[in-house]
Design a protein around this ligand. Structure first.
Ligand code: NAP
Length: 484
């Protein structure tokens, strides 16, 4: 199977924060891989911009190092790297001052697609939008790519939307949620809406419940200061898990176009019920051997921010009434594993009797590691000795199914950046979606803050605090194992 590369038109891409962590780890190596895959046209230009004084050559050297370190297996050879670097330049620009903007404007070409990637701290998003406008860089068809977090709550997200809207139309704004760029996540739509097999069963009549788990093994790392003001709810649930929930729960859009898809996702968010306090479990990782606790990591001994959250929510509409969605995400857990599991109901009647045991079909959609899907089906255990049933996986690991071409599957960032250049907003969040997600999230956070609740400690390498297990147990259900 050979992946089809659709080249994009020539573009000027300015990466504000071009010297930062995200640019070095994801954006620049991703662009290089697209270049090696012949998707980037000859005339494409990439301009890094940040406050640091740096020549074009010094920036190119930094880019080359980043690509060598983070480029992965699909990086090209030295000749390709040199050819890529010829398209790269740098301008010293201060988002909060006037320095560098004129020179940056001088580098932009007329009549070429323009995109400005805001890979800087969120407090600078408004400044960048403002200055792009005042310095005349924001042409009517230029695009801005806005990183997360998009706001801290509904009020700040509204304010940011309003600021961006002063200078850019909604069609020019690309709010990134890199989960939407993952191959499996898009495959979720292909599986649901490209087959007749699943959709008739995709409702409360046949689905017992849905579990969405995004588990990390890392702690807060160097992001302690930011994370402690945010927590798992804001950092993960409001955006990534919410987007996954939307794709699972949404009605089939009439067309696979940006507004049709996003209209349906928005309806899901608006149909979410408030979550009762006893359906939320929050945790903080404890110290373990020589590893620091969450409170040590964030240098705040009294922190009440959660590094883990699990909750049960409901989408109140005809399709999903009565089917709970269990969401769970946290740091320093047992394994780095992200999965959506659609757990179907038991067969209404077992002709094999009670001794055959309880068997359920589960469609598991793995986001990482080993992106792929598995459908658990019940079959007869081979061999003599009566009718014993076992559950076996029908496995579709993309790496196996696609063979060597699996390596050609772009990672989330490279795909999304190419979508920006094509002007395709389907995999980006619309302003009203982000606001609706905050409108659902805010009261939950205010609720536990108002009640003065403190997160429960959990062991490093565990599956979270005990009461997160109880959340399922009380309903007669069980979380799936967190494993790679
Ligand atoms: P970072 O490593 O701290 O880099 C910040 C960048 O912004 C640097 O290039 C910095 O360079 C530049 N900068 C700071 N102040 C500036 C100013 N006034 N004018 C112009 N440039 C300025 O941050 P990051 O981790 O790359 O994150 C960037 C954004 O992506 C943040 O919004 C973050 O939340 C988001 N994000 C990051 C990750 C990740 O894995 N890193 C993941 C998801 C989202 P100078 O100091 O030289 O100006």
């Amino acid at each position: 199977m050979v992946s089809r590369i659709i080249p994009v038109d020539p573009f000027d891409l300015v990466i504000f924060g071009g010297t930062g962590d995200l640019a070095r780890r994801k954006i620049l190596p991703g662009l290089f891989r697209r270049f090696c895959a012949d998707q980037m046209p000859e005339e494409a230009r990439i301009i890094g911009a940040a406050r640091s004084e740096m020549s074009d050559d010094a920036f190119r050297e930094m880019v080359a190092e980043a690509i060598r370190e983070f480029g992965g297996k699909r990086g090209g050879d030295d000749a390709e790297l040199d050819a890529f670097l010829e398209r790269v330049g740098y301008e010293t620009v201060d988002a909060t001052g006037e320095g560098g903007w004129k020179a940056l404007a001088g580098r932009m070409r007329e009549g070429t697609t323009r995109a400005f990637y805001f890979s800087v701290g969120p407090s600078l998003f408004g400044d960048l939008a403002e200055r792009l406008h005042t310095h005349g860089l924001a042409t009517p068809d230029s695009r801005i790519v806005v990183e997360k977090p998009f706001g801290h709550d509904l009020e700040s997200a509204r304010a940011l939307n309003a600021t961006l809207a002063q200078h850019f139309t909604e069609e020019q704004i690309y709010r990134i949620d890199h989960y939407l760029g993952k191959e499996t996540v898009q495959n979720l739509m292909a599986v649901r809406f490209g087959n007749t097999l699943f959709e008739p069963l995709w409702n409360a009549q046949y689905v017992d419940h849905i579990q969405i788990t995004v588990a990390e093994t890392v702690g807060v790392g160097g992001r302690g200061g930011y994370y402690d003001k945010s927590g798992a709810m804001r950092d993960m649930v409001q955006n990534h898990l919410m987007q996954l929930l939307c794709l699972i729960a949404m009605e089939p859009p009439a067309r696979f176009d940006p507004n049709a898809v996003r209209d349906e996702k928005l309806k899901v968010i608006r149909a979410l019920d408030p979550v009762a306090p006893h359906h939320i479990s929050r945790g903080q990782y404890d110290a373990f051997e020589d590893q620091p606790s969450y409170r040590d990591d964030v240098e705040n001994p009294r922190s009440t921010t959660e590094s883990f959250i699990a909750l049960r929510c409901h989408v109140s509409n005809w399709r999903w009434a009565g089917t709970p969605f269990y969401l769970r995400t946290g740091k320093k857990l047992r394994a780095r594993a992200s999965e959506i599991a659609v757990v179907f109901k038991d067969a209404p009647h077992s002709i094999f009797g009670a001794e055959a045991g309880r068997h359920r079909n589960v469609l598991s959609i793995r986001l990482q590691p080993n992106e792929g899907m598995t459908l658990g089906v019940t079959i007869k255990e081979p061999g003599p000795g009566g009718m014993r049933l076992v559950d076996v996986p029908l496995d579709m690991t993309f790496a196996d199914a696609l063979g060597p071409d699996a390596e050609e599957v772009p990672d989330a960032y490279e795909r999304l950046i190419m979508d920006v250049m094509r002007g395709n907003q389907t995999l980006f969040m619309r302003g009203d979606e982000v606001e609706a997600a905050w409108a659902w999230t805010d009261p939950l956070i205010e609720g536990w803050q108002g009640r003065g609740e403190v997160p429960k400690p959990y062991d490093v390498g565990s599956s979270g605090p005990d009461d997160s297990l109880m959340l399922m147990h009380r309903d007669g259900r069980k979380w799936r194992d967190i494993r790679t």
